[in-house]
Design a protein around this ligand. Structure first.
Ligand code: FAD
Length: 314
């Protein structure tokens, strides 16, 4: 039988939705137990949130002053110390999981499976390749399975559980070669792009950094996260952590609003699992209209101010 360790993603206060989706993936392994590890310096809130996730057997709260910030070099030795009691170690394939888990796999001496989108059996998984245009089936060698989970492929689990929270201390060598200095975040307090319900995205059609403020303004009216195409990133309109697509973030919001984005295949690879896609583009032949549920052929400089004004009136 499988025993799964899920690595929680959180900010010290709130449990990221990606953790719930990783638990959903773990459940498809039909394991005998799913434990969620919360690494924090004082992590009671995220631990309590993890305890409510259906299917979780135990929450392991590892409190250590070095766990105040999710530094991969610090978390990996702790994960590898815990992992030896498990058949599987899973983390979301978010920036956090992609940073931390390969190090843990290296310490455990096993390969990592990236972007699991479906579990076939305890050692066989499906994952996307070629920008999501093909699906590869991979089999892991004997030993602990370490894998990141493509959160867009799993729905969050209900939250009516009440798993026990156990505080544990780990004997590990805290590395001295890497230490946390500061976080530079461009989110401006907006929701996290990879777990937001609504995402407003802008492309090269916005033209300038100043014009991109229209995207931020609409996102703020909607309580949405902001995304962008690679062309918008390359043109310097936005920082690259907003990029959606094959070489950016893979997202699955309920609503995706795309302004001035043509719909290149590499961009669409990032929004395959989005719910309703709304596209505004002045070119009626833009490929984005082939995937959009609602398409508006119009100038975004007419549509965006009108939308912002309408929403401002409440
Ligand atoms: P464009 O293709 O230039 O489209 C701009 C659109 O804006 C046009 O459709 C135009 O009609 C419209 N427009 C212009 N003005 C207005 C206006 N006033 N009102 C309304 N509409 C207007 N791209 C990504 O997005 N994400 C990735 O992760 C990614 N990875 C890549 C990886 C590789 C290996 C490669 C080769 C490419 C990758 N790309 C990626 C780039 C991708 O191929 C496209 O070049 C990019 O997505 C285009 O961005 P865009 O739609 O903003 O720009």
């Amino acid at each position: 039988m499988s025993k799964v360790l899920v690595i929680a993603e959180h900010d010290g206060e709130t449990l990221n939705l990606s953790t719930s989706k990783t638990v959903a993936c773990a459940l498809t392994l039909e394991p005998e137990a799913i434990d969620v590890a919360v690494f924090a310096d004082a992590g009671n809130k995220p631990a309590q949130a993890a305890a409510r996730l259906n299917g979780v057997t135990r929450v392991l709260l590892v409190e250590h002053v070095a766990n105040q910030n999710p530094v991969a070099a610090v978390l990996a030795p702790q994960i590898s110390a815990l992992a030896r009691d498990y058949t599987h170690v899973l983390a979301p394939a978010t920036t956090f999981g992609k940073d931390v888990l390969p190090r843990a796999a290296a310490l455990l001496g096993v390969p990592q499976v990236s972007d699991v989108m479906r579990v076939i059996d305890r050692n066989v998984f499906e994952r996307p390749i070629y920008a999501g245009n093909a699906v590869e089936t991979v089999e892991t060698p004997p030993g602990i399975v370490v894998a990141t989970v493509r959160t867009a492929s799993f729905k969050a689990v209900p939250e009516s559980g009440s798993a026990p929270v156990e505080k544990i201390s780990l004997d590990f060598d805290c590395p001295t070669h890497t230490r946390f200095l500061r976080v530079e975040s461009s989110s401006g307090g907006r929701p996290d792009l990879q777990s937001a319900r609504v995402v407003v995205s802008g492309g090269r059609g916005l033209g300038t950094k100043e014009n991109f403020d229209l995207i931020y303004a609409l996102a703020d009216r909607l309580g949405a996260a902001v995304g962008a195409s690679r062309a918008a990133v390359d043109a310097g309109l936005v920082p690259n952590d907003l990029q959606v697509g094959q070489t950016g973030k893979i997202i699955a919001p309920e609503f995706y609003l795309a302004f001035g984005i043509s719909g290149a295949i590499q961009h669409l690879a990032g929004i395959k699992d989005a719910g309703t896609i709304v596209a505004v583009n002045k070119d009626p032949d833009a490929p984005i209209f082939e995937v959009a549920d609602i398409g508006l052929v119009a100038d975004l400089f007419d549509v965006l101010p009108a939308l912002i004004e309408a929403l401002s009136k409440g």
